[in-house]
Design a protein around this ligand. Structure first.
Ligand SMILES: Cc1cc2nc3c(=O)[nH]c(=O)nc-3n(C[C@H](O)[C@H](O)[C@H](O)COP(=O)(O)OP(=O)(O)OC[C@H]3O[C@@H](n4cnc5c(N)ncnc54)[C@H](O)[C@@H]3O)c2cc1C
Ligand code: SF4
Ligand code: SF4
Ligand code: SF4
Length: 406
């Protein structure tokens, strides 16, 4: 097998590696450190399982059972990833103040996780921190106790690998446990393909997503720009409610680095500026089929940007909840015991959130950055956006504006 799907469409979900019967697919860094499958041709038997499983392959679709996946039973994939357009939307925030203030926005993902754990279930989500071998990494983990839920809290503006959890997730679902998977829409699509019959005990929640930088780009930024050794880092956070600010903490809990909340000027932090302006995403993010109102999960969660000012919402952040399937709708009903839920028109959510309409445009500046960065490093961003920064400075001096995802 030479390639599994068009390079620009590969989301790095690692589903191909999960199904390969010869375990001959390794995820290796490509442009800007993003991970892509590399096939060991000397071991590959050309069975085609990877292509049939891949959510981004044009010819994906036939059922497949194979591989290391087959060693403890077969993995079967559906012809396509089911999707639907939500008909209801909620603005929501957690009633418990500690829960609310420690979450990325309104705490919808955390409350949902608590509900599934209280049913005796397990939750899969993203964590950023030491991986147990002394290295800092961003990856999905399995949580089976409320005491560990803090590890999933907050938005990590780095690609989170799901490669390490897929086998255990499949086994948990098969043994009938209530299972919640939270992740990016492309990851939700990958999980959806493992379970084409949509088992009742599996709940998939995806985030509204405008793209991700790679873990290795972030680690390089820590080392070279911030002069921080990744092994000395215990945690990284990117949000403080409505404020966009990166804070890096050391093993002793001390703050190793932070910056002023983003004001829109693009001078506060280079990594964050590049992320916000969409310069460092995966190639697939600029062609993302999941950036729209058709959703592949049971429930979509995001920030309720553009919420009508007449809604008396607290200031730290407001979750957007879009229940998609019947299961998602039932779960949204249950959230009401721990969250304030205000029904809103779906159009209001769509209008306020670019990523519910289309993927990020890959502008000429972004294209230039991706070529020049290889020679000059990420700081080449500044000359490329100099005129924009000047305009922002003038606008800011006239009254300024707060940074958002748009
Ligand atoms: C890279 C990125 C881009 C985003 N872009 C948008 C956007 O354009 N518009 C918008 O409305 N919202 C966007 N969000 C979602 C938003 O920032 C919040 O994460 C979301 O509203 C959840 O908030 P919460 O209070 O419910 O989360 P919390 O209760 O704090 O829980 C955080 C949840 O997010 C998951 N998570 C965090 N980081 C990642 C990651 N890197 N990969 C996979 N899962 C992760 C965790 O598993 C956990 O379930 C983005 C999030 C990320 C990580
Ligand atoms: S064709 Fe089969 S053996 Fe080869 S990489 Fe794909 S899944 Fe693995
Ligand atoms: S999209 Fe996922 S399954 Fe397809 S090639 Fe990329 S990593 Fe593999
Ligand atoms: S923008 Fe699309 S392809 Fe990129 S991480 Fe988000 S869901 Fe995946």
């Amino acid at each position: 097998m030479k390639s599994i799907c068009p390079h620009n469409d590969c989301t790095g979900c690692a589903l191909c590696a999960f199904v390969c019967p010869k375990a001959c697919i390794a995820m290796r860094p490509g442009a800007l450190g993003h991970l892509y499958p590399h096939i060991d041709a000397s071991v590959c038997i050309d069975c085609g399982a990877c292509v049939r499983a891949c959510p981004s392959a044009a010819s994906a679709g036939s059922a497949v059972s194979s591989g290391s996946a087959a060693s403890s039973g077969s993995a079967v994939f559906s012809p396509s990833v089911q999707s639907a357009v939500p008909r209801t939307a909620f603005a929501a925030w957690a009633n418990d103040n500690a829960e609310y203030l420690s979450s990325a926005s309104g705490g919808a993902a955390s409350v949902l996780s608590r509900l599934v754990l209280s049913d005796g279930g397990v939750v899969y989500g993203s964590t950023a921190g030491s991986d147990g071998t002394g290295s800092f990494s961003v990856r999905h983990i399995r949580v089976d106790s409320e005491d560990d839920l803090w590890r999933l809290k907050g938005s990590k503006y780095i690609h989170s690998s799901i490669a390490g959890i897929l086998f255990q997730l499949r086994d948990d679902v098969r043994c009938g446990k209530p299972v919640l998977f939270t992740g990016m829409p492309c990851q939700a699509a990958a999980v959806r393909r493992i379970f084409p019959d949509e088992p009742e005990n599996l709940m998939i929640a995806d985030l509204v997503c405008h793209g991700v930088p790679s873990e290795s780009f972030f680690l390089e930024y820590l080392r070279k720009n911030l002069k921080i050794s990744p092994s000395s880092v215990s945690s990284v956070t990117f949000r403080d409610g409505d404020e966009f600010r990166m804070t890096v903490k050391g093993q002793d809990g001390k703050v190793l680095y932070t910056h002023k909340p983003l004001s829109g000027l693009r001078t506060e932090d280079l990594y964050y500026n590049l992320f916000m302006d969409g310069f460092t995403y995966r190639d697939s993010c600029y062609r993302c089929p999941y950036a729209g109102m058709r959703r592949v999960s049971d429930m979509t969660i995001g920030d309720f940007w553009g919420l009508d000012k007449g809604v008396a919402a607290p200031g730290h952040g407001v979750s957007l909840i879009l229940p998609v399937t019947d299961k998602g709708k039932r779960m949204a009903g249950r959230l009401a015991c721990m969250m304030t839920l205000v029904p809103r028109p779906v159009g209001e959510a769509e209008a306020g959130n670019d990523q519910l309409r289309s993927p990020r445009h890959r502008s000429i500046r972004i294209r230039l950055f991706r070529s020049l960065e290889k020679i000059f490093g990420p700081s080449v961003y500044y000359p490329l956006v100099f005129d924009r920064m000047l305009r922002r400075r003038l606008k800011h001096n006239k009254g300024g504006h707060k940074e958002g995802h748009q």
